[in-house]
Design a protein around this ligand. Structure first.
Ligand SMILES: [Zn+2]
Length: 230
């Protein structure tokens, strides 16, 4: 499934006055545990594409059999439920989205890359809720974020991404609040979009350090899912 994009027809199919495309999008989102407030029908499709890419990336790895065989199951098990609220004027335009627990609030509708970045914050929080070990990463007992595992030297080095700007990493180090959880969400968004055709010039990895980042995710995501009980 890796690298396989799931797109939806851009024209609406009307049957008996019901927009079949919108109904399909809504039912898929519901099945994935995603509720959305404030997005248009087209924006919802972008969110669904983001979630499906995330699930497909997980299933593309041979170790993912414990997640079940469906994109929906893989996404739901890893990320849990997600509540996306758009058009929240409390969030500055520059930051666009903020995630607390499973709730993502955004100033305006996020694009696919930004959406996956926020989904990685939700994954990080879901990981902390479910993991039963800290592997010595956060001072004893459970309660670690997956992002606690990120090597310190990766956090401020963005040279493995296509660019150091928000187009390539939704939360660049130049923004306030940059920390290991932001670095991990940046890494996750590029890991999911790596080898897809989503904004090719601004997603995925480059160079030797990019290879290192990709390999780190390929190696550590199975550990994270195992620690979550999958
Ligand atoms: Zn972020």
């Amino acid at each position: 499934m890796s690298g396989h994009m799931v797109y939806f027809a851009n024209s609406s199919s009307q049957c008996g006055g019901v927009d079949v495309r919108d109904a399909y999008t809504d039912s898929q989102l519901t099945e994935m545990g995603i509720t959305i407030t404030g997005e248009s029908a087209d924006q919802k499709i972008q969110t669904l594409v983001a979630a499906r890419l995330f699930g497909a990336k997980l299933l593309g790895a041979t170790w993912a059999t414990s997640l079940g065989g469906a994109v929906i199951d893989a996404y739901k098990k890893a990320v849990g439920s997600t509540d996306l609220i758009v058009l929240n004027d409390d969030i500055p335009t520059s930051g666009n989205c903020a995630t607390i627990g499973g709730t993502v609030t955004c100033h305006h509708a996020p694009g696919i890359a930004n959406t996956i970045h926020e989904m990685f914050h939700v994954f990080d929080n879901h990981y902390r809720d479910l993991s039963t070990t800290d592997d010595g990463k956060c001072g004893g007992g459970a309660g670690c974020w997956a992002s606690n595992y990120l090597p310190q030297e990766y956090i401020n080095d963005v040279s493995g991404y296509q660019c150091a700007k928000v187009r390539c990493i939704a939360h660049p180090p130049s923004y306030g609040g940059y920390d290991s959880s932001e670095a991990f969400a940046n890494l996750g968004q590029n890991w999911v979009l790596d080898a897809t055709n989503v904004d090719v010039g601004n997603s995925g990895f480059k160079g030797d350090f990019g290879d290192t980042l990709r390999n780190w995710m390929n190696t550590n995501m199975p550990t994270f899912l195992k620690n979550m009980g999958y």
